[in-house]
Design a binder for this molecule. Structure first.
Ligand SMILES: [Zn+2]
Length: 137
């Protein structure tokens, strides 16, 4: 089963047994843009501020995971910062990056991406709701 007509399988990726259950549910909601980002909270009239707490950009999941100034160092450490910056969508970022990895890295990429994405999401929420300056390194 694929998602949005692309060749890679989000279902296989997300429901991979090597990923912790809490990360699987997070990833599924993220790929379907069902997380309560400021952009989505604005659409639901829960807030009037759709912007990122750090950048002058709408806080969509793509911004939070790929483009925010606070996440550059995470993707830079994995040597995939440029691919993150050039990607318009988290789903396509994940699918596009898989063929560029070695077989060993392809096997661990779901765990790595899930952990990074969930931590970036948690840090963003702490900044919004707890007025914290939490970073992910
Ligand atoms: Zn930002």
């Amino acid at each position: 089963m694929s998602m949005r007509g692309t060749r890679w399988s989000a279902s296989t990726f997300v429901w991979n047994s090597i990923i912790q259950k809490k990360n699987r549910i997070f990833l599924w909601l993220m790929f379907w843009d069902r997380l309560n980002t400021n952009a989505n909270r604005t659409k639901k009239h829960w807030t009037t501020d759709p912007f990122c707490v750090k950048c002058p950009a709408v806080a969509s999941i793509t911004h939070i995971i790929l483009h925010c100034s606070l996440v550059d160092h995470v993707w830079n450490k994995l040597d995939i910062k440029q691919m993150a910056l050039w990607s318009d969508d988290v789903f396509y970022f994940v699918g596009r990056i898989i063929p560029h990895f070695s077989h060993q890295r392809q096997a661990t990429w779901p765990i790595c991406f899930a952990a990074c994405a969930q931590e970036l999401w948690s840090a963003q929420n702490q900044r919004i709701f707890e007025n914290s300056n939490t970073t992910v390194s």
